[in-house]
Write a protein that binds this ligand. Structure first.
Ligand SMILES: Cc1cc2nc3c(=O)[nH]c(=O)nc-3n(C[C@H](O)[C@H](O)[C@H](O)COP(=O)(O)OP(=O)(O)OC[C@H]3O[C@@H](n4cnc5c(N)ncnc54)[C@H](O)[C@@H]3O)c2cc1C
Ligand code: FES
Ligand code: FES
Length: 1272
C-alpha cells in the first residue's frame, strides 16, 4: 500500500480500550469477544446472521460526513479486523448484577420474555440499538425491529410485550431519563447513541491497516487511490481476493473462498457519497438501511422510491441491513446467478444503473449488463436510481416461506407507463423482472413486448399477456422450491400487478382485494389464569429467578465456561454421502495445520464405540466402516482454537466405496421393505367387522415431515481429565445417560465420572439422546489427548449429525354413521426412525392416537422404517403430535364426506368419562366437552364462522379459515424418577437444592424454590438451586415427558416435609415460632441432620397414564390464494394445567409450545439431496422456524380455573408438550381457507390431501389456481 500501514487494531468494548496486534483476518468479532475477552453474554448459534443471538451495538465515524453512526450488527459475521476505531457495546456493557440491570434487561425478565435465556442478550442489545437511534419508537416500529431474532422457547409474545412497553404509544412508556441513566456504562453520562470510547469521542480511522496471518492478508485502505492500488495488485493475478463491506454474504455463501487477500472498503469515504435525486445516487458502501432512509426521504420526489424502500426492508433483518451493502448484494447475484437478489430485481425494474470502475476506466451500465461484466480487479462505485416517470405504475413483490428474514421463493418488479390519465394503454416497453425463476431469467422479455400498445382493459389483453408470460417462464432446478410453484407464482404476481394497475373500479367485487397484501396489525395477547394468594409463593405468577441474569448475559451455558489451562477444541469430520462404506481417512495435511493436536477415528475409542444405551442398537461414536447417513461423524479433530479445529476438519480427506442410492423417505422405505422392527399391532373391538358394516367408509393417506429441535444453544460439552476420572460438563437433558455413555466409551467406571449441567439453551428433547454423541466423543478426545477438550457444534454440523423429529405417514380406513360418529378406525402408521430405531415411540402412540375421541373399534398397527438419514429422537411431543394431527385429519375427512362442520363431527365423537381409550384405559378425568363448549363460547366461534363465510363469498383470492381442535395428552410420571437433595446450612440458615431435572427454560429451578419456600416457611431469597449433577442426583431420568417439574417439586416437598418433621420438636422447644436462623442454629447444635435426599418415583400400577391434560384451541387464518401467504389472525387456547405451581411460567410454556408447533405444521421443512442423502436445509438460510411475525396477531391463553389435579401431590399438570398438539389447528384453519378457494374455483369440492408442513408453497399448490380463471 502506498501509505504506511498499521499492523495494530484499536477499538473500545464497553468503554475499555483494546489493542490487538496483527489480528487474525479470519477471526470474527464474536469469536474475539467470547474467546479472547470472556464476554460470553454475546452468544453464538448460526454464524450466518440468521438468528440474532450474537447482536452487539457498534458506533463509529460516518465516513460520508465525519459524523457518527450507531447500529446493531451480528457479531458472528463482523470480521474483527473491520472494527478499527469502533466502539462496541455488548450486553455486559448495559448492566448486570453488580452495576444494576438495565431497564431493557429488567423488562424482558419481568415480562417472562426469557425462558432458556439463550436468545435474551441479543434481544436486549437489539432493543438498545433501536432506542439509541429512536428513543421513542411506536409499537409498530418496535415489532418491525425484531425481524432477525429467533427465540425457540417463548413464542415471542412476552418478548414483544416487554419491548413494546418502551414504545411511545404503549401507555406505559419508560421515562427517558431512567433509560438514559443506564445507557452509558462508558462515561456514566446519558447516552444518546453517540458516546463512543469515552476518551476523545470517535476514534479516527487513519492510517490504513494491513495485517495477516496464516497466508491471509487484511487491507483497509482509506482512500480510493489506495483501494485501486490494492485491486491492481491483487485483482488480476492468481491471488484470490475479496472486497469486504458488511461481510454478510459470508452468512449465505459460506463456501466461497478461501481468500488470500481481504480488502475492507468501509473506510473509503468516496464509496459513501450520496446525491439526493432524482436520480438518487448512492455510493457502493452505503448500507441497505442507509439506502432505505435515503429512499424514504426522497419518496416525495418519486413514489417509486417509497416502494423500493418498503421492499428493501424485506431483505434479511435489521442487523444484516445495517451493514450489508446494496453493492455486496449485487455482487452475490453476479457470482451466484441463482441467488434471488431482491436488490437486483427491484433496482433493475426501476431502471437503475451502476457505475463500475478501475483507476483508469469507469463504465455506467444497466444491471443486466453488469451481470455479464467480468469484475476481476474492478469496483462498483455507485448506483443511480431514476425517479418514476409520469403515468408510470411501479410495484414490487416478494413471496417468502415465512413472514420475514427469508429469501424469496420468487420476487418480482413491474413497471409500466400508461397513456394520459384514465387511458389504460401501455405507451412504451414495460419492465417486468423476476427473481427465483432460473439462473438466466431476469426480464420477461416477450411479455414486455406483447404489452406495448395494448389497452389493459381490452378483452384478451390480460389472457394474452398471461399466455405469453407462461410460455417464457422456464423455472430450473437451482432452487429448493418446486418449478411448478415458482412458475405459478410468477403468473399470479403479474396478475396482482395487472389488477392494481387497472384499479378497483374496473374490477368485479370479489377480485378487488386480490392486489392487496395481507395486513398484519401490531400483535397483542391476553393471558388469563387464577391464582390463590393463600398458597403463595406456590401458585404465584413469578418471573423465572434467573431471568435477569439471562437478560444481562451473565447466565452461563456450557460453551460459555471459561477455558481451563491447556484446554483444546474439537470439531467433527462428517460424511458427505449416505449408504456406503468408509474408504480412507487421510489427516496428513490437517495435522500440519496451525494448532493441530490430534485427529481421532473409530480405532481411537478406548471403550465401546457406541454412545447409545447398552441394551439398544449400537450407534457409533465415530464411523468404523458402514456409513449410514450423510452427516455421520467419521473423525474428530482437535486443535488449540475452535477456528483451527474447524479448518482442520475441512482439510481431512475422506473416501467412500460401495456407494448405493440412499433410502430417504417413508415411501422409499416401504417400497424397499426397509424396516427396523416387525409391525406393532393393537386392536380394540372388531374393527374389520365394524368397518364392513359401517354406513359410510373413507380411506386415505396423510403424512408429516421431520422437525429440527433448533435449540438456540447447539450441542456442547467440555470434558476434563482428573487424577481419578473425568469431569464432564455437558449441555444435556440427561446427566445419567451421559454418565453411562461416557463410561461405556472411555471405559472409566461411573463413580469416577462427575457429570453436571447448570442450564441448557433449549432442549425440546434434542439434548437427551442427542447429547450423548457429542459428550461421548468429547470424552474420548479428552482421554486421548489427556487435556480438557471442548466440543461445541456449529449449526450446520448440529443439523446434519444430530438427531431430530421422526417423520410419519398414516394410511387409514374409517367407518362412521350419518352423524359422523366413528364406528371403526383402521390405522396403519409408519414412523421413520432414520438409521437407528433407538427412539421408536410407536407403542407409546397407542395412548395418543385416539386423541379426545371415542371409537369402539380400532385397529392400530405401527411400522418403524429404516432410512439413510440421521436417527430420529424425542422432539417436544414426539410422535404424539403426529398421531394427534392424523386423527384430527380423519375428523376433517369425515366432516367433508358428510358435508358437516368439522367442529360438529369432533363434538359428537368426544370422550365421556367411563369410556375406554384405544389402549384400554377407562377415563375418569375427562372434562373435554366442557372445555370445548367454554372455548367455543369465549372465542365467539359461531359468530366468527359466519363472518368468515361472508368474507369468503365476497373475496375470490383472499380466504379465511377457522378451526377448533381439542387435545388429550396422557401424562406418564411413573416412567420417570428424580433424586432431589435439600440442605440447610447452619452458618446462615440458607437453603440449597439440587434436583435431577435440567433447567432449560421451563422454570424448574423457580418452581422447586417456590415449593421449598412455602414448605419450609422461608423467603424465596433464602433458597438457591445448584447445578444438576451425577453426585447428588444420581440415577435420575432425563428431563422429558413434561413431568419433570412436578416430580422434582414433589421430591423437594417431601425433603422439606421430612426436614420440618425433624426440626419441629426443636421449633416447639423454642416457643413454636423462633426466627429461622436461630432455629437452624439450634438444630445444628442439637445434632439434627439438616440435609435430606429423596427419590420421587411412582412406578405405574398399570401401563396407563396417571392423568390426562385437556385443552382446546381455536385458530383463525387469512390466506392470499394467489401466493399462499398467510396471516394467523387469532388463536384462543384453553388449557387444563391443573393448579399451576407458577401460572406465569406455565402460560409461557403454553405459548412456546404452540408456536413451536406452528413451525412444525407451517414452515419447517427438511429437504435432502436425492443422490447423496445430504440435508440441504442445514442452516438458517434454508430452514425456517417461526419468527416474531409468524405468530398469531392476537393470542389469548386461558388456564382452566378451579382445576386442581387430584392425581398429583403438587396439583399441577404437565404443560411443556400438550399445547403443541393443538397447534395443528392452524394447519386445519388453512385447510378451510384452501377448501374455500378450491370450491370457488368450481374444480375442487373433494376432500384433498394437505400434509404437514403446510408451507406457503404447499397451500398455494392445493388452491387449484389456474391463470385461465384470472379476470378483472
Ligand atoms: C441472514 C441474511 C439474510 C439475507 N436475506 C436476504 C434477502 O432476503 N434478500 C436478498 O436479496 N439478500 C439477502 N441477504 C443478502 C444480503 O443482502 C447481502 O449479504 C448483503 O447485501 C451483502 O452486502 P455486504 O456489504 O455485506 O457484502 P460483502 O459480504 O462484504 O461482500 C459480498 C461480495 O461483494 C463484493 N463487493 C462488496 N463491495 C463491492 C464493491 N464496492 N465493488 C465490487 N465488489 C464488491 C465482495 O467482494 C464480495 O464478493 C441476506 C443475508 C443474510 C446474511
Ligand atoms: S449467531 Fe450471529 S446471527 Fe446467529
Ligand atoms: S428464551 Fe429465547 S431461545 Fe430460549
Amino acid at each position: 500500500m502506498a501509505a504506511a500501514a498499521s499492523m495494530n487494531l484499536t477499538f473500545w468494548v464497553n468503554g475499555t480500550q483494546h489493542e490487538v496486534q496483527n489480528p487474525d483476518p479470519s477471526m470474527t468479532l464474536n469469536e474475539w469477544l467470547r474467546s479472547q475477552r470472556g464476554l460470553t453474554g454475546t452468544k453464538v448459534m448460526c454464524g450466518e446472521g440468521g438468528c440474532g443471538c450474537c447482536v452487539v451495538m457498534v458506533t463509529h465515524p460516518d465516513p460520508a460526513n465525519g459524523g457518527t453512526l450507531s447500529y446493531s450488527v451480528n457479531s458472528c459475521l463482523c470480521p474483527l479486523c473491520s472494527v478499527e476505531g469502533w466502539t462496541i457495546t455488548t450486553v455486559e456493557g448495559l448492566g448486570g448484577q453488580k452495576a444494576g440491570f438495565h431497564p431493557i434487561q429488567r423488562r424482558l425478565a419481568d415480562f417472562n420474555g426469557s425462558q432458556c435465556g439463550y436468545c435474551s442478550p441479543g434481544m436486549v442489545v437489539n432493543m438498545y440499538g433501536l432506542l439509541s437511534k429512536k428513543p421513542q419508537p411506536s409499537q409498530q416500529e418496535v415489532e418491525n425491529h425484531f425481524d432477525g431474532h429467533i427465540c425457540r422457547c417463548t413464542g415471542y409474545r412476552p418478548i414483544l410485550d416487554a419491548m413494546k412497553s418502551f414504545a411511545s404509544d404503549s401507555g406505559d412508556c419508560i421515562d427517558i431519563e431512567d433509560l438514559n441513566k443506564h445507557l452509558c456504562p462508558v462515561n456514566g453520562q446519558a447516552c444518546n447513541g453517540t458516546a463512543t470510547n469515552g476518551v476523545n469521542g470517535v476514534h479516527q480511522m487513519d492510517p490504513p491497516l494491513r495485517c495477516g496471518q496464516n497466508g491471509v492478508s487484511w487491507y483497509r485502505p482509506t482512500t480510493l487511490e489506495q483501494l485501486y492500488s490494492l485491486l491492481e495488485q491483487h485483482g488480476t493475478g492468481q491471488d484470490r481476493y475479496k472486497l469486504v463491506c458488511g461481510n454478510t454474504a459470508a452468512g449465505v455463501y459460506k463456501n466461497d473462498g478461501p481468500f488470500t487477500s481481504l480488502i475492507d472498503v468501509k473506510s473509503v469515504a468516496d464509496l459513501f457519497i450520496t446525491q439526493a435525486g432524482p436520480p438518487l445516487v448512492v455510493g457502493s458502501a452505503v448500507s441497505l438501511s442507509a439506502l432505505v432512509d435515503l429512499l424514504q426521504t426522497g419518496s416525495d420526489q418519486s413514489p417509486s422510491y417509497g416502494i423500493l424502500a418498503e421492499h428493501l426492508l424485506k431483505i434479511g433483518n435489521v442487523s444484516v441491513r445495517n451493514v450489508g451493502s446494496w453493492a455486496g448484494n449485487l455482487m452475490m447475484k453476479h457470482a451466484h446467478p441463482e441467488f434471488p437478489s431482491d436488490v437486483f430485481t427491484i433496482m433493475e425494474t426501476a431502471g437503475a444503473k451502476v457505475t463500475v470502475g478501475t483507476r483508469h476506466v469507469r463504465e455506467t451500465v444497466g444491471l443486466v449488463d453488469f451481470l455479464k461484466m467480468g469484475m476481476a480487479g474492478k469496483l462498483i462505485l455507485s448506483m443511480e436510481i431514476p425517479a418514476a416517470l409520469p403515468n408510470e405504475v411501479f410495484k414490487t413483490y416478494k413471496i417468502m416461506p415465512r413472514a420475514q428474514n427469508a429469501h424469496a421463493y420468487v420476487n418480482a418488479g413491474f413497471r409500466v407507463r400508461l397513456g394520459e390519465q384514465d387511458n389504460m394503454s401501455v405507451m412504451e416497453k414495460p419492465s417486468f423482472v423476476f427473481g427465483g425463476i432460473s439462473k438466466t431469467m431476469d426480464h420477461a422479455v416477450a411479455t414486455e413486448d406483447f404489452l406495448v400498445g395494448k389497452n389493459l382493459l381490452e378483452d384478451g389483453t390480460l389472457k394474452g399477456a398471461l399466455s405469453v408470460l407462461e410460455s417464457e417462464l422456464k423455472p430450473d432446478d437451482s432452487s429448493l422450491f418446486s418449478p411448478e410453484y415458482r412458475k405459478s407464482l410468477a403468473s399470479t404476481l403479474f396478475y396482482k400487478f395487472y389488477l392494481s394497475v387497472v384499479g378497483k373500479d374496473h374490477l368485479i367485487v370479489p377480485v378487488r382485494s386480490a392486489p392487496e397484501p395481507l395486513v398484519r396489525p401490531v400483535s397483542r395477547g391476553e393471558q388469563h389464569f387464577q391464582t390463590k394468594e393463600s398458597e403463595w409463593p406456590v401458585n404465584q405468577p413469578l418471573p423465572k429467578l434467573a431471568s435477569k441474569l439471562q437478560a444481562s448475559g451473565e447466565a452461563v451455558y456450557t460453551n460459555d465456561l471459561p477455558p481451563l489451562p491447556g484446554e483444546v477444541y474439537a470439531a467433527y469430520v462428517t460424511s458427505t454421502v449416505a449408504n456406503c462404506k468408509l474408504g480412507t481417512i487421510d489427516s496428513t495435511q490437517a495435522m500440519t495445520m496451525p494448532g493441530a493436536v490430534a485427529c481421532l477415528t473409530a480405532k481411537d475409542v478406548p471403550g465401546i464405540n457406541n454412545f447409545a444405551r447398552p441394551m439398544r442398537q449400537t450407534e457409533e461414536i465415530l464411523c468404523s466402516g458402514e456409513v449410514l447417513y450423510a452427516g455421520q461423524p467419521i473423525a474428530l479433530v482437535v486443535a488449540d482454537t475452535q477456528s483451527h479445529a474447524d479448518a482442520m476438519a475441512k482439510a481431512v480427506k475422506v473416501t467412500y466405496t460401495d456407494l448405493k442410492p440412499p433410502i430417504l423417505t417413508i415411501q422409499d422405505a416401504i417400497a424397499a421393505q426397509s424396516f427396523h422392527y416387525p409391525v406393532f399391532e393393537l386392536a380394540k373391538g372388531d374393527p374389520k367387522g365394524a368397518l364392513a358394516a359401517a354406513p359410510h367408509r373413507i380411506s386415505g393417506e396423510v403424512s408429516c415431515d421431520s422437525q429440527h429441535h433448533f435449540y438456540m444453544e447447539t450441542q456442547a460439552c467440555r470434558c476434563a481429565p482428573l487424577e481419578d476420572g473425568m469431569e464432564v460438563q455437558s449441555a444435556t437433558q440427561a446427566t445419567d445417560m451421559v454418565q453411562q455413555s461416557v463410561s461405556q466409551a472411555t471405559g472409566i467406571s461411573a463413580h469416577r465420572l462427575y457429570v453436571s449441567v447448570k442450564r441448557i439453551g433449549g432442549g425440546f428433547g434434542g439434548k437427551t439422546l442427542g447429547s450423548l454423541l457429542p459428550s461421548a466423543a468429547c470424552a474420548v478426545a479428552a482421554q486421548n489427548v489427556n487435556r480438557p477438550v471442548r466440543l461445541s457444534l456449529d449449526l450446520g454440523t448440529n443439523m446434519e449429525a444430530i438427531t431430530k423429529r421422526a417423520p410419519y405417514l398414516l394410511k387409514y380406513e374409517v367407518g362412521f354413521d350419518d352423524d359422523g360418529k366413528l364406528l371403526a378406525v383402521v390405522y396403519i402408521l409408519y414412523e421413520d426412525n432414520g438409521s437407528s430405531p433407538q427412539c421408536c415411540v410407536i407403542p407409546l402412540l397407542t395412548e395418543f392416537a385416539d386423541n379426545a375421541y371415542y371409537c369402539p373399534n380400532w385397529q392400530f398397527s405401527g411400522q418403524t422404517c429404516k432410512t439413510h438419514t440421521v436417527p430420529t429422537t424425542m422432539t417436544r411431543a414426539p410422535g404424539m403430535s403426529a398421531v394427534h394431527f392424523f386423527t384430527e385429519y380423519i375428523m376433517e375427512h369425515v366432516a367433508k364426506t358428510l358435508n358437516m362442520d368439522p367442529a360438529d363431527v369432533r363434538r359428537v365423537n368426544m370422550f365421556q368419562n367411563g369410556q375406554t381409550t384405544l389402549s384400554g384405559y377407562t377415563l375418569v378425568d375427562c372434562n373435554i366437552t366442557k372445555l370445548w363448549d367454554d372455548l367455543l363460547a369465549s372465542a365467539q366461534v359461531k359468530q366468527r364462522k359466519q363472518e368468515i363465510e361472508i368474507f369468503n363469498k365476497e373475496n375470490r383470492w383472499k380466504k379465511r379459515g377457522l378451526s377448533v381442535v381439542p387435545c388429550r395428552y396422557s401424562a406418564f410420571p411413573g416412567f420417570f424418577r428424580f433424586t432431589v437433595f435439600v440442605a440447610i446450612y447452619h452458618t446462615d440458615g440458607s437453603v440449597v437444592i439440587t434436583h435431577g431435572g435440567v433447567e432449560m427454560g421451563q422454570g424448574i429451578d423457580t418452581k422447586v424454590t417456590q415449593v421449598a419456600a412455602a414448605t419450609l416457611g422461608v423467603p424465596m431469597e433464602t433458597i438457591h438451586v445448584m447445578s444438576t449433577n451425577s453426585l447428588t442426583s444420581p440415577n435420575s431420568s432425563d428431563t422429558g415427558g413434561s413431568v419433570t417439574s412436578e416430580l422434582n417439586c414433589q421430591g423437594v416437598l417431601e425433603c422439606c416435609r421430612r426436614l420440618n418433621e425433624r426440626m419441629d420438636p426443636i421449633r416447639q422447644e423454642m416457643g413454636g415460632a423462633p426466627k429461622w436462623d436461630e432455629l437452624i442454629n439450634m438444630c445444628h447444635r442439637k445434632g439434627v441432620d439438616l440435609s435430606e435426599k429423596y427419590m420421587e418415583h411412582h412406578p405405574p400400577k398399570s401401563p396407563h397414564p396417571a392423568y390426562n391434560c385437556w385443552g382446546v384451541t381455536c385458530t383463525e387464518v387469512e390466506m392470499d390464494v394467489l401466493t399462499g401467504e398467510r396471516e394467523i389472525r387469532r388463536a384462543d387456547i384453553l388449557f387444563d394445567c391443573g393448579e399451576s405451581v407458577n401460572p406465569a411460567l406455565d402460560v409461557g410454556q403454553v405459548e412456546g409450545a404452540f408456536v413451536f408447533g406452528l413451525g412444525y405444521w407451517l414452515t419447517e421443512k427438511c429437504v435432502y439431496d436425492k443422490d447423496t442423502g445430504r440435508l440441504l436445509t442445514n442452516g438458517t438460510w434454508e430452514y425456517k422456524p417461526p419468527t416474531t411475525k409468524d405468530i398469531p396477531a392476537d393470542l389469548r391463553v386461558t388456564l382452566l380455573p378451579n382445576a386442581p389435579n387430584p392425581y398429583n401431590v403438587i396439583r399441577s399438570k404437565a404443560v411443556g408438550e400438550p399445547p403443541l398438539l393443538m397447534s395443528c389447528s392452524a394447519l386445519f384453519a388453512l385447510r378451510q381457507a384452501v377448501q374455500s378457494a378450491r370450491e370457488y374455483s368450481g374444480l375442487g369440492d373433494d376432500f384433498f390431501r394437505l400434509d404437514g408442513p403446510a408451507t406457503v408453497e404447499a397451500c398455494h399448490q392445493r388452491c387449484l389456481v389456474d391463470s385461465s380463471s384470472f379476470t378483472l
